[in-house]
Design a protein around this ligand. Structure first.
Ligand code: ADP
Length: 548
């Protein structure tokens, strides 16, 4: 029997219309670095998005599923692009401004972007790449910045504000199939070529609803979320679309992502929520420790993208700010888990749940696959590779991406599950604890050592600012851990003391015998520890390694 229910497509257009009318008074506030931030209501942002769609169609001829790229910070204009481009049936392609130039070129060409909207401050990044971007016909510049490097550009250059000015605030939005492409985002390509994930209208709609569930971020129009996670990093974790669904006010940091301006905007604008990767929260903590600020408005903070060190969570607990751990990836839109503990527990009992990556929502099915390809139980101890599936999980990559060495069977199982490359355990209640990425796990004499566990234990030492542990070749054991540590200013701890400290929480056979102090942990374009750089430095003899 078929249902008798209406079959209305789930589209970004619906989110746009809803947000600009029902939540027309909610605000997008963009930090300007000047005395007053820029403030626009959802009604204004929606109106400007509609004008942008008109401009893209009428003046730039954007049609069908053509790709419109953005090279932008988090700001109001970027939100307008998020709403306009998918709603008109085109495909929003967010470019990661921290990628190496050759990867950006590769991605723009692979996606065949026709238009790019760029922030004025990012022109110096874009201009040198232009001779290598033959598909690009139009460059739209938004915000302040010297335009002169674009003087020689083959593509036509437009001013964002001039382009949208005086355009109609209505658009004949197409009736879209909810399964068509809405947005395109490439993985940061830590291994192999970048791979394009194409989100559908349906996946964005359902994912936005999940973001808004109380068991996820659960915010309302009484909240303001500080969206630090870049809009080029998995759609800012879905927030720009989720906020338009429920009227959550947005505070956008634009290019002011350093700890001092972040502390200032929190103190002045008093957001109730924020989303960012651990390195941002580490930086902010150091800042407000040195120069105390009131950040108590933030009741809840979503932290993910890489493991949240428990010591960081404790430090924020002491400031009355609750960090809620989340796991996800480009391929999962990204919300995969969030670590809300089950009901009825004391704070002590809640702790192990809080520091886990969290539990799966209804839209994310999970399974663990053991080293021999066997299905592992959810017993909290059996470690295997995590596989997931669901309506906002990728089932393929765009147009044969991934390079010549890429084999789809490495990322997708025969029966259609995404192989995450993350290794972990799942407790009986469905709480996931990641122990490592498959490629970072240290395989020592047939046993696995979790690099993340060692790092977390090391970062709990009061004199350690950051620590990254990688596998290095070892004649006897195959691989052994190398601990690289960044010490805080004035630290006196030596390797022996650090090792003793580790021994309090880590089995003896896992203790690293190779140690090196480094100035900073190398980071990827989205702020994660870049362990392949450390492995290379070690192989090249570029680290000052001591035995302890
Ligand atoms: P890339 O895979 O190129 O680094 P993503 O941003 O998609 O780009 O990263 C996804 C990966 O980040 C996950 O597969 C996982 O390894 C890691 N990750 C994300 N969130 C967490 C978390 N809370 N704890 C540990 N690792 C995480």
């Amino acid at each position: 029997m078929l249902s008798t229910m209406q079959d209305i497509p789930l589209t970004v257009t619906k989110i746009l219309r809803h947000g600009m009318t029902i939540h027309g008074k909610s605000q997008v506030t963009t930090w300007t670095g000047e005395s007053e931030p820029q403030r626009r209501t959802f009604a204004e942002v929606g109106g400007r998005a509609t004008q942008l769609a008109n401009a893209l169609r009428d003046q730039l001829g954007v049609d069908a599923d053509q790709r419109v790229a953005t090279l932008m910070w988090n700001n109001s204009e970027h939100v307008e692009a998020y709403l306009a481009i998918p709603s008109m049936g085109a495909v929003l392609h967010t470019l990661n401004l921290r990628l190496p130039p050759e990867q950006l070129v590769w991605i723009v060409n692979h996606a065949a972007d026709r238009v790019v909207i760029v922030n004025g401050s990012l022109i110096p990044l874009l201009a040198p790449l232009l001779p290598h971007l033959p598909t690009l016909e139009h460059i739209v510049v938004a915000g302040q910045g010297d335009r002169s490097p674009l003087a020689e550009a083959a593509a036509q250059v437009h001013e964002y504000e001039e382009l949208i000015a005086d355009r109609p605030t209505t658009f004949d939005w197409p009736e879209l199939d909810e399964r068509t492409a809405a947005a395109l985002c490439y993985t940061s390509g830590t291994t192999g070529d970048p791979k394009g994930v194409v989100y559908s209208h349906r996946s964005i709609y359902l994912h936005s609803m999940q973001v808004n569930m109380t068991e996820a971020m659960g915010l309302t129009d009484r909240d303001t979320t500080l969206v630090v996670v870049p809009q080029f990093h998995v759609n800012a974790w879905g927030l720009p679309h989720a906020t338009f669904m429920t009227g959550i006010n947005m505070l956008m940091p634009d290019r002011f992502l350093q700890p001092a301006p972040l502390a200032e905007m929190i103190e002045k604008e008093r957001p109730t929520h924020a989303a960012a990767v651990p390195t941002i929260w580490q930086g902010l903590l150091a800042e407000i420790t040195a120069k105390p600020r009131d950040i108590s408005s933030m009741k809840q903070v979503t932290i993910g993208g890489s493991a949240c060190p428990p010591a960081l969570m404790e430090a924020y607990d002491r400031l009355g700010v609750r960090l809620c751990h989340a796991w996800g990836m480009t391929e999962t839109s990204p919300l995969g888990t969030m670590s809300h503990p089950p009901a009825g527990l004391t704070p002590e009992e809640e702790w192990p749940y809080r520091i886990s990556q969290g539990r799966f929502p209804v839209g994310v099915e999970a399974r663990l696959i053991g080293p021999a390809g066997d299905l592992l139980p959810w017993d909290g101890t059996s470690a295997g590779e995590l596989e997931v599936r669901g309506p906002w999980i990728a089932g393929a990559y765009y147009g044969g991406a991934g390079g010549e060495d890429f084999k789809p069977e490495d990322k997708f199982s025969e029966d259609g599950w995404l192989k995450t490359g993350d290794v972990g355990v799942i407790a009986p209640g469905g709480y996931l604890t990641l122990t490592d990425r498959a490629k970072d796990v240290i395989k020592s004499g047939g046993e696995w050592i979790s690099s993340v566990e060692l790092e977390n234990a090391l970062m709990a030492h009061p004199e350690v600012a950051e620590a990254a542990v990688v596998a290095v070749p070892d004649e006897k054991w195959g691989e052994r851990p190398l601990a690289t540590v960044v010490l805080k200013e004035g630290a006196t701890a030596g390797y022996a003391e650090l090792k003793e400290f580790l021994a309090e929480s880590v089995p003896k056979w896992q203790l690293p015998e190779r140690w090196a102090v480094i100035a900073a942990v190398p980071k990827t374009s989205v702020g994660k520890f870049d362990k392949k750089v450390i492995r290379r430095q070690y192989a090249d003899g570029a680290l000052d390694v001591s035995e302890a």
